[in-house]
Design a protein around this ligand. Structure first.
Ligand SMILES: N[C@@H](CCC(=O)N[C@@H](CS)C(=O)NCC(=O)O)C(=O)O
Length: 212
């Protein structure tokens, strides 16, 4: 059985839990990371020398990096491989999915460090006022780009069907709605997307469950 190492309130672990819910993949989960056994523990580092959660073990295969894990699980257990699959095989459809995954993991994770870790959790060193302000401006611009995207395409990031692209983006959107700061705009198309994702039971269980 798939073993997931990482606390269930982690942004990146929740992606893995969500995809398992979508695909009906049975798993066991162990609490590692902030508030539990630290990822600097030699037992953890022996599995994942990068020292971050999530880390998974599947049939003796050890994997790290949430997006890579999500793609692996969908490739292995995703069933449908057609154009409308959760992770399509067709090159262009696949790249459309992956570009959203990469965008969320790179662009928005930098902004959210300032806006969320600094601005909401007051965590050093991210709570430097310049960094908080820059993060807020940047995440507002990025979610604004998503807003603009959803005026043309929807209801999911790649169009009509739910794909892996929605998983990291769905985490970002959940966190966006938890942020509180002056001048934060309303983005109605993103709000509709948030409601659309909320129709999905694994999203309600692992993502929109009251945690930012
Ligand atoms: N790029 C990595 C980032 C992983 C990451 O930053 N994980 C955080 C939790 S979301 C972590 O390990 N934090 C340390 C801790 O919880 O002790 C991924 O996508 O998996």
């Amino acid at each position: 059985m798939l073993r997931i190492l990482g606390r269930k309130n982690s942004f990146n672990v929740r992606k893995v839990l969500w995809v398992c819910g979508e695909l009906g993949i049975p798993f066991t989960r162990e609490d590692w990371g902030r508030g539990f056994t630290p990822t600097s523990d030699p037992q953890f580092l022996a599995l994942n020398p990068i020292g971050l959660i999530p880390c998974v073990i599947d049939d003796g295969i050890v994997l790290r990096e949430s997006n890579a894990i999500v793609r692996y699980l969908a490739s292995r257990h995703g069933g449908d491989t057609g154009k409308d699959a959760i992770y399509p095989k067709e090159l262009v459809a696949r790249c459309h999915v992956e570009q959203w995954m990469d965008w969320a993991n790179y662009e928005t994770s930098i902004s959210l460090r300032g806006a969320f870790l600094g601005g909401m959790l007051n965590e050093p060193p991210w709570n430097h006022p310049w960094f908080v302000e820059t993060g807020r401006k940047q995440i507002t611009k990025e979610v604004g780009q998503l807003e603009e995207h959803f005026t043309r395409i929807g209801p999911y990031v790649c169009g009509e069907h739910f794909t892996l692209g929605d998983i990291p983006v769905g985490l970002v959107v959940n966190r966006w709605f938890a942020l509180k700061f002056d001048g934060k705009p309303d983005y109605p198309a993103v709000a509709r997307y948030f409601e659309k994702l909320t129709e999905r039971a694994p999203y309600r269980e692992h993502v929109r469950n009251g945690l930012p």
